[in-house]
Design a protein around this ligand. Structure first.
Ligand SMILES: [Zn+2]
Length: 256
């Protein structure tokens, strides 16, 4: 049994380059990806992009602390629910909604996927509900607290029980970040999320500036495991790499 993967661009952001790789300079314009996955026994969305509040008034939605660092490029019809139309998928029919983590550009579209079961690492969910950690990690409950049924994974979680769609903990960027490892007809594919922003992050094994790292040792360990997966033949989908993204087929074409 294998799965198909489809990539969707749900807007763009520009942010300081050091937020992606420490010790660099300038500003980088990055895509905000979401992925739709079709398995013979169900459908999965990996991340949901930014909220409609961000689309309407980014400065207000991001708040005083984040707003100065980001410029938002997010037009009507770029939200995940409209992107899914290209696949003729009704957002209300999606079975599982996997969060890599709870930053605004990864879970803001959760409310547009109303009936899915939300799969998240328990550590991430708990961190988002402890006031100090919520503040330190810039979580906003308006993005993700929409009453979805929820599976709180503790480490690896095999969604369909057949090894084809498996959540892999990649802590470090946030307390409970996870990536998704998929078995496709053309081999394993890893949706890295923010555990690995850019191809350069992996090639040079470089982390973001401290502001974008919750636990440096854990993040470095996650990056090492992603590198090992790549060395063993897996294709890595980097979290926010504009050059890499230009090579990625967009839905309705499959990535794999
Ligand atoms: Zn993030």
């Amino acid at each position: 049994m294998t799965v198909s993967i489809y990539a969707m661009t749900c807007g763009w952001l520009s942010m300081p380059m050091p937020f992606l790789i420490d010790g660099t300079e300038g500003v980088c314009r990055i895509p905000v990806p979401a992925y739709f996955i079709r398995h013979p026994r169900g459908t999965v969305l990996f991340d949901s992009g930014m909220s409609l509040r961000v689309q309407k008034d980014g400065a207000k939605a991001l708040g005083e602390e984040l707003e100065p660092f980001f410029e938002i490029f997010y037009e009507p019809n770029e939200e995940v629910s409209t992107r899914l139309e290209s696949l003729e998928v009704d957002p209300a029919d999606i079975n599982y909604l996997v969060s890599s983590h709870l930053h605004f550009d990864h879970c803001g579209g959760h409310e547009l996927i109303p009936n899915a079961c939300h799969i998240i690492q328990q550590r991430e969910w708990e961190a988002a509900h402890v006031p100090e950690l919520r503040a330190a990690n810039h979580y906003n409950p308006a993005d993700f607290d929409h009453g979805h049924g929820r599976i709180e994974a503790r480490g690896e979680h095999d969604i369909f029980g057949d090894g084809t769609v498996v959540c892999m903990p990649t802590y470090g960027h946030t307390p409970g970040h996870q990536s998704l490892v998929l078995q496709t007809e053309t081999g394993p594919v890893v949706l890295c999320g923010d555990a690995c922003y850019l191809r350069q992050s992996l090639e040079e094994m470089r982390l973001p500036a401290p502001i974008a790292v919750n636990d440096e040792l854990a993040m470095r360990d996650s990056l090492t495991r992603l590198k090992a997966l790549q060395s063993s033949g897996a294709r890595l989908m980097f979290g926010h790499d504009p050059e890499f993204w230009a090579e990625v087929p967009q839905a309705p074409l499959p990535v794999a």
